[in-house]
Ligand binder design. Structure first.
Ligand code: HEC
Length: 133
């Protein structure tokens, strides 16, 4: 989850907080939103083995729906709405983590810590998001 969901969430958060600069950035943001929606699908492919299967599918479906809405707002270049919907997406993440007692809290609009030397640091290939900041 760290590599896909979190990387995309953070990448999109950064883009939306600055406001995408150009057409390419908007399209990139939309791709990230769609990947967040897709994360809902991926999660549903591997439900927990023990209990809570219904809740799992509910949470996965929520994430897919909110992610899709967010992608639509981004596609419409609606920055204010996109920011709000990003918080809804974070709520979906947290709701599932709470249900399954995962000690991970996704904080929307949290300031991205300016890691020293982060400009040179390579972020894993699956995101590519670092090259846009
Ligand atoms: C359907 C349930 C569910 C949803 C929705 C969900 N997660 Fe998770 N998350 C989990 C579970 C279960 C774990 C525990 C580790 C694992 O099995 O991958 C986890 C762990 C994590 C971790 C800890 C690192 C890791 O890989 O273990 C991060 C970061 C994370 N999730 C981010 C997110 C983000 C961001 C979202 C929303 C875009 C999200 N999650 C949505 C179930 C969910």
């Amino acid at each position: 989850m760290d590599g896909l969901a979190k990387a995309n969430f953070r990448g999109l958060e950064r883009l939306l907080s600055e406001g995408p600069r150009d057409e390419q950035a908007w399209q990139f943001a939309r791709g990230q939103a769609l990947l967040l929606a897709e994360t809902g699908n991926l999660l549903m492919l591997r439900p927990p083995k023990m209990r809570g299967i219904d809740a799992w599918f509910d949470r996965g479906t929520d994430l897919r729906q909110q992610g899709t809405k967010l992608a639509q707002a981004v596609a419409a270049r609606d920055l204010a709405k996109s920011r709000l919907l990003l918080q809804d997406v974070a709520a979906c993440c947290n709701r599932c983590h709470q249900t399954f007692r995962i000690p991970v809290h996704i904080e929307p609009q949290a300031p991205v810590p300016p890691a020293p030397g982060s400009k040179v640091q390579k972020v894993s290939a699956e995101t590519g998001s670092s090259s846009h900041s």
